[in-house]
Design a protein around this ligand. Structure first.
Ligand code: 13P
Ligand code: SF4
Length: 352
């Protein structure tokens, strides 16, 4: 099934034909991604890539894409890419008036919190996250009652309403620095139980956990990793800290999505497996053709809601605008800004 047949937005527009002009103008992009996108698929993507790149210039928009976006988005139309922390930092630094966030809803909300005066668009409002859905603002208030005095550290994979009840946010890249920056003997860490357990294993701070899980990473098993080691001798195993503890114990490196990418760039393992969402290996393989990627495929259905036709629709109609109720936004912004301030002081430390 190709993007036009997928039923998102039928291509009746003549601009979306694969003409010789489109083939020529998109050829350099295709050259980059040819190892991960079959030639037969390019005529489907190319007209969207060309139309999006033209329209984004007209709209003076910038496209931010998470590392889990598909290669035609990641390499075809994104201006800036990265993990949740990098996307938040880039959103804070950009001078563009319109940000199209190709990722999930909490990422677009974070960009809007940092840029209240800018237009932040997400191509599909239903792009959620099982972690963000696992906890409400009421739950956080109850946790505070149960553990008086313990500061609340919220993973960015939460709604703005939950961030508004939190002292500070963190991402998988800076969670350890954030927890230790508070100078307290214990913290409430939410909602990712596994990331929280991993941080607890790295610090003397007592970590009070919530039982949220990432529906993608919780599916990996330590047995699966042992099979990779047997089947692919010499393979280096990199895992995201949202994986279960026994999976992390089996890994050679634990880090955020960008931490894993950096690790591959700096160490150039001969063979590697990234124990995380499926598209990331495709995106990184484009950069490092000398590295063999073993590719287990656990897809994030929320990330995969973002497609080229929806990005084009978003730019054409300037939808879907992310709006946050002002009282919630003010308090949530403080939690995000505190996190960014810790990041500035402690760059380079932490899980990766
Ligand atoms: P990163 O911040 O490591 O990119 O993780 C985001 C995420 O949603 C992982 O599942
Ligand atoms: Fe949320 Fe997991 Fe998808 Fe990341 S991979 S957006 S944590 S459901």
């Amino acid at each position: 099934m190709n993007a036009r047949q997928s039923g998102d937005f039928p291509a009746t527009d003549a601009r979306l034909a694969y003409t010789p002009d489109i083939a020529r103008s998109t050829a350099p992009i295709y050259e980059r991604v040819r190892s991960v996108i079959p030639e037969i698929e390019w005529p489907v993507h190319a007209p969207y890539v060309a139309a999006i790149n033209e329209l984004k210039r007209k709209r003076k928009a910038i496209i931010l894409a998470h590392n889990y976006q598909t290669p035609e988005i990641f390499h075809g139309v994104a201006d800036l890419t990265g993990d949740s922390l990098a996307l938040a930092r880039q959103a804070a630094d950009t001078s563009a008036q319109v940000i199209v966030l190709c990722g999930v809803h909490f990422m677009a909300e974070t960009a809007k919190l940092i840029n209240p005066e800018k237009t932040v668009l997400i191509p599909d409002l239903e792009a959620g996250c099982s972690l963000a859905a696992s906890i409400t603002a009421d739950d956080v208030r109850l946790l505070r009652e149960r553990y008086p005095g313990a500061p609340v550290v919220s993973y960015v994979n939460t709604s703005a309403a939950v961030k508004a009840e939190s002292d500070i946010c963190c991402t998988s890249a800076n969670a350890l620095e954030v927890v230790e920056s508070l100078g307290t003997g214990r913290v409430i860490f939410l909602p990712d139980e596994y990331l929280g357990r991993y941080i607890a294993s790295q610090t003397n701070v007592e970590v009070i956990l919530w039982r949220g899980r990432c529906e993608v990473h919780e599916r990996f098993t330590a047995d699966e990793l042992r099979v990779f080691r047997r089947q692919y001798p010499g393979v280096e195993i990199l895992a995201h800290p949202e994986c279960p503890p026994d999976v992390l114990a089996e890994a050679d490196f634990v880090g955020s999505t960008s931490g894993m990418i950096r690790h591959v760039g700096e160490n150039r393992p001969r063979r590697v497996v990234m124990v995380t969402e499926c598209s990331m290996s495709d995106n990184v393989a484009v950069e490092y053709p000398d590295v063999e990627f073993v590719r287990p495929c656990n897809l994030c259905p929320h990330m995969k809601r973002i497609t080229l036709p929806k990005i084009l629709h978003s730019l054409e109609t300037m939808t879907y605008r992310v709006e946050i109720e002002p009282d919630v936004a003010g308090r949530a912004r403080q939690a995000v800004e505190r996190m960014l301030a810790v990041g500035k002081k402690a760059d380079g430390r932490g899980i990766a």
